[in-house]
Design a protein around this ligand. Structure first.
Ligand SMILES: Cc1ncc(COP(=O)(O)O)c(C=O)c1O
Length: 378
């Protein structure tokens, strides 16, 4: 059961870190795995051909367990942008089709669709931010028979306002639309099930809520899409590539499942052991339990901010793990500097302070945050 688990994190006592949506906090176990991997790399002669595949397959298993999919459906790529390029290369649109996106969605899940729309004569339909933060209703009212693709997150990256993806997934299937998800800002800290949502592609970077390193991203590809085209032709994606003595017996066939979509050198010997440790910790806490502890922390922050006059993302409309504290017009210019002077870290996104705690956050952190915030009340 996760509680407030500061001792597991590599965070000095004088740092108040409320910025997990920017870069996840570092677990001691992840640092240890990275150091050990650097040491192991000093002896390249001990590296076997199995080392190129085994950690990656272990990661597929743990990640698949988190989302309830088969491990064959997971590919490992460097970034969300890369994963979205894979999805875009495998979704066919025709003139007049619509692509549904959110207003101010993260750009890695916007630019590929702008380009695809321009190439195919499709149009982008942007869902405006609803005043009551109810994105689910707003998204549903923008999905119609013209929708060929909904490319969405589970939470808005600026304030944690949430979309019910089970409901949206059902609507997409009813109208025959593809569904592509970027769960970078929620997976690990909010419950999610592949079998309930049934997306075509789902992607999550490791380095935020999955507590992994920068440079590793997990890509789920639904079974129906697994015979698609990879965006590069890595030798590692081909059938039989485990046998290094036969690599020039060129193969037309790919390795099983989503492995054809793995990026070249996805098996980074330093990054993958770190990514695996992050995933293991998330899996052992379980996203459900993590979410319920983070909900307590964010509810407390919301109620204290409300008492200071901030407009906090309403609890019913947001994910458990992060929230926005809004000013009516703009965030005061000195706020981030004042926070940093006290070694308190959060982000500003638009007219909001984005507060994103993880399980390291305790009462002392919350007191220190509000000691600064009280001087910047709206
Ligand atoms: C929602 C979301 N998606 C993706 C990313 C990162 O994208 P990429 O891996 O393309 O750099 C971020 C980074 O902040 C993000 O907030």
């Amino acid at each position: 059961m996760p509680g407030k688990q500061r001792h597991l994190f590599d965070i000095p006592r004088d740092i108040c870190y409320l910025n997990s949506a920017y870069m996840g906090p570092r677990l001691h176990s992840v640092t240890k795995a990275g150091r050990a991997a650097v040491e192991t790399g000093r002896a390249p002669w001990s590296l076997t051909s199995a080392d190129f595949f085994e950690t990656a397959d272990h990661i597929r298993r743990v990640f698949a367990g988190l989302i309830g999919s088969g491990e064959e459906s997971i590919a490992i790529v460097p970034s969300v942008s890369y994963a979205m390029a894979v999805a875009a290369a495998n979704i066919e649109l025709k003139p007049g089709d619509e692509i549904v996106l959110l207003e101010e969605q993260f750009p890695s899940n916007v630019y590929p669709w702008q380009r695809l729309a321009a190439e195919c004569g499709a149009t982008i339909r942007t869902v405006s931010r609803p005043k009551d933060c109810d994105w689910t209703t707003a998204v549903l009212s923008n999905i119609s028979a013209r929708t060929a693709l909904a490319a969405l997150p589970q939470v808005h990256w600026t304030d944690g306002s949430r979309i019910d993806l089970e409901v949206v997934g059902r609507r997409c299937r009813d109208v025959g639309s593809a569904l592509v998800l970027d769960l970078t800002q929620s997976l690990g800290a909010a419950p999610f099930s592949i079998t309930e949502v049934k997306p075509d592609f789902m992607v999550a970077a490791a380095y935020k809520w999955l507590l992994g390193p920068y440079g590793v991203t997990y890509l789920y590809v639904s079974p129906a899409r697994q015979d698609g085209v990879p965006i590069e032709q890595t030798w590692m994606g081909r059938y039989g590539s485990e046998d290094f003595s036969s690599l020039v017996s060129y193969q037309d066939a790919y390795r099983d499942g989503a492995r054809r979509f793995d990026a070249g050198q996805h098996c980074s010997f330093i990054l993958l052991p770190m990514a695996l440790e992050g995933l293991r910790q998330i899996a052992s806490w379980t996203p459900d339990e993590t979410a319920s502890t983070l909900r307590e922390i964010t509810d407390l922050i919301a109620s204290r901010a409300g008492a200071l006059g901030f407009d906090a993302t309403p609890s019913s409309a947001r994910s458990p793990h992060m929230l926005g504290l809004s000013y009516p017009d703009s965030v005061p210019s000195g706020l981030l500097d004042a926070l940093a002077a006290e070694r308190v870290y959060a982000s500003v996104r638009g007219r909001r302070i984005r507060v994103a705690p993880h399980l390291h956050v305790d009462d002392e952190d919350i007191e220190r945050f509000f000691a600064v915030l009280a001087d910047f009340a709206p």
